[in-house]
Design a protein around this ligand. Structure first.
Ligand SMILES: Nc1ncnc2c1ncn2[C@@H]1O[C@H](COP(=O)(O)OP(=O)(O)OP(=O)(O)O)[C@@H](O)[C@H]1O
Ligand SMILES: [Mg+2]
Length: 205
């Protein structure tokens, strides 16, 4: 089985609004896949449906052969996820927050957490509520990658990151991909997808 994500005819309606309209796509294992669309196109809706966080109106989504709705708990166990609206618990040091979140997974080593934080130039000793927007986004990225899950789903990961940090972030993603991970990320900025190597971006469906 070489497919990581198979979306078939996904439709999500909120009353009259079609947040996703008959979307089909396939992401193969080991692929770095960019989901591109303007504000309101349905990227966040699609991602949430993949993780079973919202009910679909119709269609099917399978993640590593698991059903997005029925197997949502197991899917979330094998997925590192950066939500579009990632929020931080205030009054905590960044390092303590991340170690706490890591403790909820079955990974015990802090090595990857520390390594990615260092590469993104994130200070683990700062208090969460003191962070700038870009630094808050780095916390979200570190928490999505630190538990070394097979699938990495990132909703607008590059918002607020300066160009140098963005470059380092793409290097990290390429290394994850080389290590066999599948990366599925959204953006509304084409440039933020094509500054990763074009060969690594694919569109299906
Ligand atoms: N809970 C909700 N109730 C009603 N409408 C919603 C809800 N969530 C999303 N929508 C609508 O569905 C459409 C798709 O929204 P979605 O957040 O998926 O877009 P997006 O591509 O992630 O946009 P952005 O680039 O701004 O993050 C929009 O028209 C939005 O207003
Ligand atoms: Mg969104």
């Amino acid at each position: 089985m070489s497919d990581a994500i198979v979306i078939e005819n996904l439709t999500k309606r909120y009353g009259e609004i079609r947040a996703a309209d008959d979307l089909s796509l396939t992401v193969r294992k080991g692929e770095l896949f960019g989901l591109l669309g303007p504000n309101g196109a349905g990227k966040t809706t699609t991602i949430r449906a993949c993780l079973g966080l919202i009910e679909k109106t119709s269609g099917n989504i399978s993640i590593f052969g698991m059903d997005s709705h029925r197997d949502s708990v197991e899917i979330r166990r094998v997925t590192g996820y950066l939500p579009g609206d990632f929020g931080l618990i205030p009054d905590l040091k960044v390092g303590r927050l991340l170690k706490y979140l890591l403790s909820l997974s079955d990974v015990e080593s802090n090595e990857k957490l520390n390594d990615i934080a260092r590469r993104l130039d994130l200070d683990l000793n700062r208090k969460t509520q003191e962070l700038s927007k870009g630094n808050r986004q780095k916390v979200g990225i570190v928490q999505a990658l630190m538990a070394d899950q097979e699938l990495i789903i990132l909703d607008e990961p590059t918002g607020g990151l300066d160009p140098l940090v963005q470059q380092e972030f793409y290097s990290i993603l390429r290394e994850e991909q080389k290590a066999g991970k599948t990366v599925f990320m959204s953006s509304h900025v084409l440039a933020s997808l094509i500054s990763s190597p074009p060969a690594a971006i694919s569109h299906h469906g």
